[in-house]
Write a protein that binds this ligand. Sequence first.
Ligand SMILES: NC(=O)CC(=O)C(=O)O
Length: 266
Amino acid sequence: MKVAAIQMVSVSKPDTNIQTAERLLRQAKSQGAELAVLPEYWSIMGLRDTDKVNFAEPSSGGSLQSFLAQMARELQMTIIGGTIPLQSEDSQKIYNACLVYDANGMQIARYDKIHLFGFQNGEESYQESNTIKEGDDIVSFESAIGKIGLGVCYDLRFPELFRNMGPCSLLVLPAAFTYTTGQAHWEILLRARAIENQCYVLASAQGGIHDSGRRTWGHSMLIDPWGKVITCLDEGEGLVIADLDLDAMLKIRSNLPALKHRRFGC
Ligand SMILES: NC(=O)CC(=O)C(=O)O
């Protein structure tokens, strides 16, 4: 299966971001992608956190959900819709939700970001819990290539989340790592999750300077189950696309059966 990760530098106008997402999804399709993932907050990343709340849709439907469903149906592609803001029971807070659509445009999974980012170093300060309500449920779904597990951005730092999914063929991570933390940790963490779970990791990122002044790290990439980076972007919009080789994954698991050697409770 050919998979693509789309990278964006989302601006403060959601309509412009939707046009960019559509263009890049069409490009992924034209290059043969059967599955594509958008980055975290692809429609609203350019806005300040407090303004993002105003763009939240009810989970029963909205224009972002219609867009994702229609693109999946028209392009006949599984679309992992990055994250979009969905309303929660608390009017001050939204879910940072990752919705998955199959090639018929049916929503087949929803994951709400569980771990909420907090960081301050004197120059930058982020506190996602001010405006985001955390999810509670670990989510994976079945596909033609086996189980696909979902995480969002900061979740990458919590290996137990992915371990608790059971063996997946592919972990998918829409993200918007900051420039500062991404430069230091992004690739190392992604490769660690691929190596310890002996599976592919597909990460789509925001990468550049946004209208809000925030700078993100980019470096969307696909990593194989041996921990090798197969393809990677730098900053700026674009996409990475590559084939998954499940036989190679099974060979790695057979040569080095670390998943079977786990000792639960130790
Ligand atoms: N932006 C995030 O959610 C996470 C991040 O930047 C980090 O973990 O570093």
